[in-house]
Design a protein. Structure first.
Length: 277
């Protein structure tokens, strides 16, 4: 599992790698019992040695440690690697910031092939449990216990699991190219997509009867590839795009829409794929 982009942004929210300059504030967070009560692996008290161990851990391949900045202020952090864990300064609780941060980092993780993601919450951490369930995580049927360094006891916990397919279904990728918006095709799109096949060439588009299988075969699974529906500013479906490692293939509802949109869409897609390569 490769590393993620260093910087991820969502408006006034920014995720970036942790640096040595952050350790004083992070240490303050981890010495706040309201925060560390729910973090099993955080030593108490949390001192300079533990802070540098955390920084070193975040530099391991596949362990993507990020701090969360809100309006330029460091308010918490998260780590997504073999598992997912996170924290937020109490003065920023109940503002939806961690939900935004997790959506940003999980979406980035599942843009490429990755195994299911596991997060563990203390049985009494209602806020974290509701957050994970709200994002669509599935609850592991069997509870388990974890050792918490803060209390030096084994305490009841529950694992929450998110598979990439589940994430893509609940939080579908959307983007723009030219004047059109793109989203992954679904089986519900079959009737309108079938209308486009009358004017489509034989490659790569299927016969109408084979369209449901074609949609499933090319269902978006990450890495920016799959079958997408193109919609205009009125949310009207005007075409479909098959994005692969080769050149994108476009099919429009009418010749007029083909003439209007094809060049600008292809130009924008070429720039997007050039940026990713």
């Amino acid at each position: 599992m490769g590393n993620l982009l260093d910087i991820l942004t969502d408006g006034d929210l920014r995720l970036r790698p942790m640096s040595a300059d952050d350790l004083t504030l992070v240490t303050a967070h981890f010495n706040d019992k309201r925060v560390t009560r729910w973090l099993a692996a955080v030593a108490q008290p949390f001192g300079p040695e533990a802070a540098h161990e955390l920084l070193a851990h975040g530099m391991h391949s596949g362990e993507n440690l990020r701090v969360i900045e809100y309006h330029g202020r460091l308010v918490g952090g998260l780590c997504i690697g073999a598992s997912l864990w996170y924290w937020l300064a109490p003065e920023f609780w109940r503002q939806g910031l961690m939900r935004r941060a997790l959506k940003l980092i999980i979406t980035a993780r599942f843009t490429s092939t990755a195994p299911p993601l596991i997060a563990t919450a203390h049985a009494e951490n209602t806020a974290s449990r509701e957050l994970l369930i709200g994002l669509g995580f599935s609850i592991s049927p069997a509870p388990r216990r974890m050792f918490f360094h803060g209390t030096e006891t084994s305490e009841p916990c529950r694992d929450y699991v998110m598979a990439p397919e589940q994430w893509h279904l609940l939080h579908p990728l959307t983007f723009r190219a030219g004047d059109l918006s793109f989203r992954p095709a679904r089986q519900q799109d079959t009737p309108v997509l079938a209308q486009m096949l009358t004017a489509a060439g034989p490659v790569p588009w299927p016969e109408r009867e084979a369209l449901p299988g074609f949609i499933e075969e090319h269902r978006y699974r990450g890495a920016g590839q799959g079958l997408f529906v193109m919609s205009d500013s009125n949310r009207r479906c005007v075409g479909m795009a098959l994005l692969t490692v080769a050149d994108p293939q476009l099919c429009f509802l009418s010749e007029g829409e083909d003439n209007r949109y094809r060049v600008q869409v292809m130009d924008d897609l070429a720039r997007t794929f050039a940026t990713r390569s």
